[in-house]
Write a protein that binds this ligand. Structure first.
Ligand SMILES: NC(=O)c1ccc[n+]([C@@H]2O[C@H](COP(=O)([O-])OP(=O)(O)OC[C@H]3O[C@@H](n4cnc5c(N)ncnc54)[C@H](O)[C@@H]3O)[C@@H](O)[C@H]2O)c1
Ligand SMILES: [Zn+2]
Ligand SMILES: [Zn+2]
Length: 347
């Protein structure tokens, strides 16, 4: 089969790879119908990914058709259309049963496409471990595009907004307006935020946030503008969706006393100096971490079915898997209005 494989910084190629096979009776093989690129894939693309491995298949956002199941798989059948959340768990421990696959007590899986340990989904086919739990049939009233956006991006945005304690009447700032930040802006409004400040250096991304009703700001002007607009009080809730030291620092500067900072950007830093004294004096809450996608789906399916969240509007480009190198360069460039770049197998 063809797969997008990582060979070094800015070197992702569509090349031949062995077809996936069932490694356990609980596995399934899914034929990919559409996959998309995440900001986390860009960390790999930039050469500071999550392992030293080379040649592995990347990607963790996909929908497709079940083409083979192991003998112990009971809830799926060949021909089902499924979405596969970015990370997998054993499906049977206490954490997994609650949807918290990231904290699987047997660490049975992890995220697709970060190393050779669990091959990625940007391929013509991929193996899903413990498939009864880790492949989700797409419910009626949810399109394949919407389901694809829910395999990671929308779930993470919603999780990030939840972690910021956004409630009716709260003021919010979202730092970073990639697809996840933009979806966090929408999530904040659904949760009842009054004002949402949306911060990013890319003008097209700021303009997109304005179409959702946000007040868009360049990072250089954000602190002063928000201070002026709130008479020095600043905002109740901040969602950070970039992962740089400077943006975490900005998040801590933008938050009001007794406010909440929620960091979902994947951290590149090993030496961030957390301002403990300032946080103590202001009584801040600081949350950081990874989203467990299955935990968010019970809220997100009905919101998407009811049209309250429309994650598919962030799909900006569609290419074939063969054009994978071009797709990565496009998403990385943040040019041409690039947001979610979706790939499908050719033909
Ligand atoms: N916590 C999780 O579970 C989880 C899951 C998926 C992705 N992520 C992370 O979320 C982040 C966002 O992902 P994405 O897909 O939206 O990626 P993205 O790369 O498109 O988004 C990052 C955005 O940050 C902006 N940015 C850069 N410098 C900035 C600054 N100084 N101030 C404000 N904005 C700035 C960029 O212009 C870009 O729009 C990534 O770090 C990704 O790894 C986390
Ligand atoms: Zn991701
Ligand atoms: Zn588990």
């Amino acid at each position: 089969m063809k797969a997008l494989r990582y060979f070094g910084a800015r070197d992702i190629r569509c090349e031949a790879m062995d077809d996936p096979v069932l490694l356990s009776d609980r596995d399934a093989i899914v034929r990919m119908q559409a996959c998309s690129i995440c900001g986390s894939d860009l960390h790999i693309y930039h050469g500071h990914g999550f392992s030293e491995d080379l040649g592995f298949c990347v990607g963790h956002e996909a929908v497709g058709e079940v083409v083979e199941i192991g003998r112990a798989v009971t809830r799926l059948k060949v021909g089902d259309t499924v979405m596969t959340p970015a990370a997998v768990g054993c499906g049977a421990c206490r954490a997994c049963l609650g949807g918290d696959v990231i904290n699987c007590e047997f660490q049975a899986g992890g995220c697709y496409g970060l190393s050779a340990r669990l091959q990625g989904v940007q391929a013509e086919a991929y193996r899903v471990p413990a498939a009864d739990m880790n492949a989700v049939k797409i419910p009626d009233g949810v399109s394949a595009d919407q389901a694809l956006m829910m395999t990671d991006a929308l779930a993470t945005a919603w999780f990030g907004a939840r972690q910021a304690d956004i409630k009716p009447g709260k003021s919010v700032a979202v730092i970073g307006l990639g697809p996840i930040g933009l979806m966090a802006v929408d999530s904040a409004f659904v949760m009842g935020a009054t004002t949402v400040y949306a911060i990013d250096p890319v003008p097209e991304r700021r303009a997109f946030a304005e179409t959702s009703g946000a007040v868009a700001l360049h990072p250089d002007e954000a602190l002063e503008t928000i201070k002026d607009a709130t008479h020095g009080r600043k905002v109740d809730c901040v969602v950070e969706a970039v992962g740089h030291d400077a943006t975490v620092e900005l998040a801590l500067r933008l938050v009001a006393r007794r406010g909440v900072v929620s960091v979902i950007g994947v951290q590149q830093s090993r030496r961030f100096a957390f301002p403990l004294e300032r946080a103590f004096a202001a009584g801040l809450t600081f949350r950081i971490g990874t989203c467990s996608v299955p935990e968010e789906l019970p809220a997100l399916f009905p919101l998407v079915q009811a049209g309250r969240l429309k994650p598919e509007r962030y799909i900006s480009h569609r290419l074939t898997l063969d054009a994978g190198a071009e797709a990565y360069a496009l998403f990385d460039s943040r040019q041409a209005g690039a947001l979610k770049v979706v790939m499908a197998p050719a033909g």
